[in-house]
Design a protein around this ligand. Structure first.
Ligand code: G3P
Length: 505
């Protein structure tokens, strides 16, 4: 194995980070980060500026290189992980986006999705794509741009427009328009991709009215995605790894065996359970998705998506001004009186698994005259633990009849992401799940996964089984709450959610 450095780019919902790793150990050497501005042009609408997505990527890539002091030409490859489902449409000739990026959290197509469901398309969509008809995914957002920007649909039908998720857009820009590509995990989130055939699906394209000419070419996660224009980073560097951020974190957490599960606590929280080489169809409204594709071979996952996790803490800080920093939320939560129970259902952009209620909006239950910032902080952090339990219970119900784990329980959850830094949150998670929560040494698992993919392709990183051996536990959180308190708290949460749903069931 030769020596070499790998540069990982993690373009997420609220920030862009770049990390330089060595190989084969993948130790982080230098890092740079920038926040991303959120635009809310209407209730439930969320947009990003495409130029900012690119410029923050370029700037952090350059800063990480500069901080490490290495020469750009010593970097063997780049790996990219990205916020998934977010939609960009641009003009192939000018490179100009037609609209701001419509972010995965955006609910503007809720009515269009409801119509498609009423028309009876849900079963076919689920069978082909593993997904539900929900505004979360890309297809209805692409159609919205084609229907709302003058001349867009005509231009798309004549091959003049390109669609991409954030990975495609960044690669297009980094290669100065020479590559229009994506990987199988990002394609799998579009509602347009047949996850078993591994191809764009003509019936889905027709249903969502998306011209095929707009679509990027789909590659393995470890593949040749193009080479950066030397003007960008001071050298022509091949891009050799791409995965949606949650799939990249699954790889970074070395969840390579069926039955292993990770949850990443960022803006939202996403739990992925490796189900091996056959997709498991959920009976409990989880998503069936591609975990990764290596050497043309797909590994599948069951996924639970929580739309708001860290974003609730951000709301306490920026929306309400109740806390000065995210870190303060744990200190406050710790100080809260557990007897004064407040429930925050953070349905700011609807609810994901298992409710899929795009119209639900956030609610707080249990306010009393003496409720204060500490109770809010505790409620925001606990909401993440409650929602994770919702997901894991759904996974268990799906696994019981499947062959994958022979009905075995999920033994342990590997956790990462910004909120995983909070000991209080991790302990409350272990308490609520009644199973251990493992936090790894390298908590930048998303960037790590992207770096691994690029390193694998470059021959600098070992095969998955050997990479899994490198995974190191930093701390295990063991459940400590008595069953009666746990079940009473969870019952209160379930009741709060029931009262929050737009269609109480
Ligand atoms: O599906 C959306 C997800 O990819 C966003 O992840 O980490 O940017 O909240 P994150």
């Amino acid at each position: 194995m030769t020596e070499g450095l790998i540069l990982a780019l993690d373009q997420g919902t609220t920030s862009t980070r770049s990390i330089l790793f060595d190989t084969p150990g993948l130790t982080p050497l230098a890092m740079a980060q920038q926040e991303i501005a959120q635009h809310y042009p209407g209730p439930g609408w969320v947009e990003h500026d495409p130029e900012e997505l690119f410029q923050s990527s370029l700037a952090t890539l350059r800063q990480a290189i500069a901080r490490s002091g290495v020469a750009p030409k010593t970097i063997a490859a780049i790996g990219i992980a990205n916020q998934r489902e977010t939609v960009l449409v641009w003009d192939r000739a000018s490179g100009q986006p037609l609209h701001r990026a419509i972010v995965w959290q955006d609910r503007r197509t809720a009515a269009a999705c409801a119509t498609l469901r009423q028309q009876g398309h849900a079963a076919a969509v689920e069978a082909t794509t593993g997904l539900l008809i929900d505004p979360y995914f890309s297809a209805t957002k692409i159609a919205w741009i084609l229907d709302n920007v003058a001349g867009a649909r005509h231009a798309a039908e004549h091959g003049r427009l390109a669609f991409g998720t954030v990975d495609s857009w960044l690669i297009w820009r980094l290669t100065s328009g020479r590559a229009h590509v994506t990987d199988a995990t990002n394609a799998a989130r579009s509602l347009l991709y047949d996850i078993q055939a591994g191809a764009w699906d003509p019936a889905m394209l027709a249903l969502f009215r998306i011209p095929e000419q707009m679509l990027p070419e789909v590659r393995d996660c470890a593949a040749e995605f193009g080479t950066t224009d030397p003007a960008m980073l001071g050298a022509a560097i091949p891009i050799r790894g791409v995965a949606g951020d949650q799939q990249a974190a699954t790889i970074g957490q070395a969840c390579f065996r069926p039955g292993m599960v990770k949850a990443t606590y960022g803006t939202g929280a996403f739990a992925l359970l490796n189900t091996g080489d056959a997709p498991v169809r959920s009976q409990n409204r989880l998503l069936t998705t591609i975990a990764y594709q290596l050497d043309g071979k797909r590994t599948y996952a069951l996924e639970g998506a929580i739309f708001v996790a860290g974003a609730a803490v951000q709301w306490l800080r920026d929306g309400l001004g109740l806390i000065g920093s995210a870190a303060e939320s744990s200190r406050l939560a710790e100080a809260a009186d557990p007897a004064r129970r407040l429930y925050l259902v953070p349905a700011f952009v609807g609810l994901g698994v298992p409710h899929w209620d795009a119209e639900a909006r956030g609610a707080i239950f249990g306010l009393t005259r003496d409720s204060g910032p500490a109770d809010f902080a505790r409620a925001a952090l606990e909401a993440t633990a409650f929602q994770t339990r919702d997901l894991l219970e759904a996974m268990h119900r799906d696994l019981a009849p499947s062959e994958l784990a022979g009905g075995q329980a999920i033994e342990v959850l590997r956790a990462d992401g910004g909120m995983a830094a909070s000991d209080w949150t991790m302990q409350s998670l272990a308490d609520m799940l009644d199973r251990p929560v493992d936090r790894p040494v390298v908590q930048e698992t998303t960037a790590l996964g992207a770096a691994y993919l690029a390193g694998l392709r470059s021959g600098l990183c070992p095969a998955p089984e050997d990479f899994a051996v490198q995974w190191r536990l930093q701390r295990r959180f063991t459940p400590a709450l008595d069953p009666a308190s746990r079940e009473a708290a969870y019952a209160g949460w379930c009741d709060a959610v029931r009262r929050t749903l737009s269609r109480p069931g």
